[in-house]
Design a protein around this ligand. Structure first.
Ligand code: ATP
Ligand code: MG
Length: 301
């Protein structure tokens, strides 16, 4: 595979170099809303890192700060050792970003959409056609490349957006809810393409999702975010094992046969609510349902 493969990019995680991402006390407030309220986070080169949290947790705001789209003071965010405030352009050159909102133009073909990103991200003119074709091939859109994006299914649109982000050969790919609103087959397909490119290039992936099964299957480590703060970080196995220990120490697991906790249980333990935003009451019921359905049209346009 040639797509998204930066020259000289080591395919193995380089743990001796700087972190792919380091957030130190990252804060971002909208007036009195503390959207991100003191986040410390390290993402290692080559890993797939999941940022999990319910609606309004602050995931998108954190990501927009990391991608330099929201201004933050120096010292709060570094990408491969480059400060997001002081070295904005250097950071941007290292990043690929698939935003939560639609970023493909329904009036252009798939190929034209990706070519637009190749121009914006300064892919050298003589390499552009080949790089665009390789990015489209990497997400399985070669056959549909010359159709208008407005005729694509929701899953194809998400893969097109992935191609747009990959065409500049990012070292850190950031995906904000890449599979929300997609059916299970389309979700699996998006992840298969992400994984294939990641294995081929060694790029680091930071992804937000509400889907626990996706985090379990695809993330090396996850951070559980709630109300602007990180409540726990670790591999899914570590987090589940930590909850088993916590239950044992409080005697909570002594009644009945032991049940293996899920990531959702871990989240509930640290945040007092589930990833769907439902908060537990004393009788185990729910008093709030803030789950909003993303206005993801099944088709663009
Ligand atoms: N442009 C804005 N102006 C004012 N408040 C905002 C703005 N963007 C986000 N917020 C608020 O900041 C908080 C965090 O929002 P954010 O979109 O970062 O959460 P999220 O975890 O990405 O949620 P979702 O899962 O719904 O995408 C919320 O309370 C939200 O209402
Ligand atoms: Mg969001």
């Amino acid at each position: 595979m040639t797509v998204a493969e930066p020259a000289g990019h080591d395919r193995r995680p380089d743990l001796s170099g700087p972190d792919a991402l380091r957030c130190t006390g990252l804060r971002y407030y909208f007036g009195s809303t503390r959207a991100v309220d003191g986040v410390d986070l390290e993402v290692r080169p080559g890993e797939v890192f999941g940022l999990l949290g319910p609606n309004g947790a602050g995931k998108t705001t954190a990501i927009r700060a990391i991608t330099t789209l929201l201004p933050v003071p120096p010292g709060m965010v570094e990408v491969f050792g480059h400060d997001c405030a002081r070295e904005r352009m250097a950071v941007r050159r290292l990043l690929g970003y698939v935003p939560q909102q639609l970023s493909a133009d329904s009036g252009l073909t798939g190929r034209e959409n990706v070519a637009l990103f190749a121009r914006v991200f300064d892919v050298p003119r003589r390499e552009r056609a080949a790089r665009v074709a390789a990015a489209l091939a990497a997400v399985g859109l070669t056959e549909s490349a010359d159709r208008l994006a407005g005729t694509y299914s929701g899953g194809m649109v998400r893969r097109l957006e992935l191609a747009q982000a990959l065409v500049s050969a990012p070292r850190l790919l950031i995906l904000d809810e890449p599979t929300i609103g997609l059916d299970p087959i389309a979700r699996t397909s998006v992840w298969e393409h992400i994984t294939r490119v990641r294995v081929a290039t060694g790029m680091t992936v930071l992804v937000t999702t509400h889907y626990m099964d996706e985090a379990e299957q695809n993330c090396d480590r996850v951070a559980l975010m709630h109300r602007g703060r990180i409540r726990a970080v670790g591999s899914p196995e570590e987090l589940r094992a930590g909850l088993v220990r916590a239950r044992r120490s409080t005697g909570a697991a002594t009644d009945g046969p032991p049940t293996a906790p899920t990531l959702e249980d871990v989240f509930r333990h640290y945040a007092g609510s589930g990833l769907d935003g439902r908060e537990s009451t004393e009788d185990g019921g729910d008093f709030r349902d803030v789950r909003r359905t993303r206005r993801t049209a099944s088709r663009v346009g």
